[in-house]
Design a protein around this ligand. Sequence first.
Ligand SMILES: NC(=O)c1ccc[n+]([C@@H]2O[C@H](COP(=O)([O-])OP(=O)(O)OC[C@H]3O[C@@H](n4cnc5c(N)ncnc54)[C@H](O)[C@@H]3O)[C@@H](O)[C@H]2O)c1
Length: 260
Amino acid sequence: MNRVDNKVAIITGGGSGIGARTSQLMAEAGATVVVTDINFESAESTSQSIIAAGGKAMALRHDVTMNDDWESVIEETMLAYHHLDILVNNAGISGAGLPPLEEATLESWQTVMSINLDSVFLGTQKAVLCMKESGGSIVNISSIMGLVGGAGPAYNASKGGVRLLSKSVAVKCGEMGYPIRVNSVHPGYVWTPLVRNIVEHMEDDNITEEGLREMLTEKHPIGRLGTPDDIARGILFLASDDSSFITGSELVIDGGYTAI
Ligand SMILES: NC(=O)c1ccc[n+]([C@@H]2O[C@H](COP(=O)([O-])OP(=O)(O)OC[C@H]3O[C@@H](n4cnc5c(N)ncnc54)[C@H](O)[C@@H]3O)[C@@H](O)[C@H]2O)c1
């Protein structure tokens, strides 16, 4: 089940957290994985962990906000493996530390939008161009914060944008007769560097990492935070042919956060 044998997958932000675990799980399920990250050393470390476990991977430095970087990543993937079957648009930032609504600037807004949403447009467009004859699956990582408010406006707007961009491209691929599925994933809180770092930017200096963890856990009816593996399993399902009738859809993996 959930096999991706002989498929080639690009996973952005693969050097850390959800992207790192997704890269490993995808390789365990048979895919050749192109692990990309703006932090090359972290991508290389994920790639090496895959190779050490007997899988196939390569690491590339990739700033997802840059069109030229996307072109090189696609070119290097095609040169090495000759096809692309799966793209996981995972790289993102929380926007913690950027000014709140009333002090926000156009620049601070655009920082979040370019990393979290422009990147998904660029990657999705390039993947569609590659996959339109051969077919494929594009999985875009949104958030529960793409479904409900509760984060900064730019983060909420960027992740809401990822949700509808995915639906729009899914419909367009259907209209064009391209055998490409496009879906979004909406994780609840997962204890990765992205979330841990929020504590440094909280107004209340007395809140510790453990305190933040407890506050966030309380919001998940299931009684715990998510793990990168919880999210990676959903991503693998959408990437694999097990989900062959699912497109334009959203997979919420949130321990019940949005059910309240
Ligand atoms: N952790 C959570 O609770 C949570 C919840 C919902 C959604 N998400 C989303 O999941 C995705 C992964 O988050 P994570 O928690 O694993 O974070 P993380 O910080 O552990 O990993 C994010 C990775 O993205 C990379 N990155 C950042 N900017 C980049 C750029 N411009 N180009 C290329 N790579 C870049 C970082 O170097 C890092 O390796 C993000 O899109 C995030 O918004 C996370």
